[in-house]
Design a protein. Structure first.
Lengths: 115, 109
């Protein structure tokens, strides 16, 4: 069974540019999560979806960040305009449901560098 | 609110040494507890879990016991290997997992 698939694996771009990160969750998983990982802040939850609907976006840093899930097999995280402080590794994860027993399955992440 | 506190790293051990990484939690209700591992350049992987008090999760020689009386879920391994070098995260169940800050482990030959 394929795991969570993220693309691109690496992205280097100049500040001010639009960045789009993509995620394909595991088939049949109803929950999708976006995280950001930095040395300073560790692992931060940005937003999560249930059945394609955003449930909690309180972790989204500011209006420059937006996330969508147009269908059960695809989600995007967009940063527009990007800034150097957005440089981080962004992870997508999915889980079967939000019951106590279900773990999250992570993708390998997108390493984003904003110059 | 619910939270997880892990011991600060980095932890450096020689091969075959005993490992303990402390994790304590604060939660209402009866959460499940997880340990995740992150190898360099990869995403987090589930290492083990426990869903109720006194449960012991185990995998790849690692163990952790859900202790309600001390609100702890310490990770242990009797004899670490160089390949265990990674970052370890303790996590608490909720609508979204509540992760600790991670503990970096370096095992030297």
């Amino acid at each position: 069974d394929a795991g969570v698939i993220q693309s691109p694996r690496h992205e280097v771009t100049e500040m001010g540019q639009e960045v789009t990160l993509r995620c394909k969750p595991i088939s049949g998983h109803d929950y999708l999560f976006w995280y950001r990982q930095t040395m300073m802040r560790g692992l931060e939850l940005l937003i999560y979806f249930n059945n394609n609907v955003p449930i909690d976006d309180s972790g989204m840093p500011e209006d420059r960040f937006s996330a969508k899930m147009p269908n059960a097999s695809f989600s995007t995280l967009k940063i527009q305009p990007s800034e150097p402080r957005d440089s981080a590794v962004y992870f997508c994860a999915s889980s079967l449901d939000d019951s106590r027993n279900q773990p999250q399955h992570f993708g390998d992440g997108t390493r984003l560098s904003i110059l | 609110g619910d939270s997880v506190t892990q011991m600060e790293g980095p932890v450096t051990l020689s091969e075959e040494a005993f490992l303990t990484i402390n994790c304590t939690y604060t939660a209402t209700g009866y959460p499940s507890l997880f340990w995740y591992v992150q190898y360099p350049g990869e995403g987090l992987q589930l290492l083990l879990k426990a869903t109720k008090a006194d449960d012991k999760g185990s995998n790849k020689g690692f163990e952790a016991t859900y202790r309600k009386e001390t609100t702890s879920f310490h990770l242990e391994k009797g004899s670490v290997q160089v390949s265990d070098s990674a970052v370890y995260f303790c996590a608490l169940s909720g609508h979204a997992l509540n992760f600790g800050k991670g503990t970096s482990l370096l095992v030297t030959p």
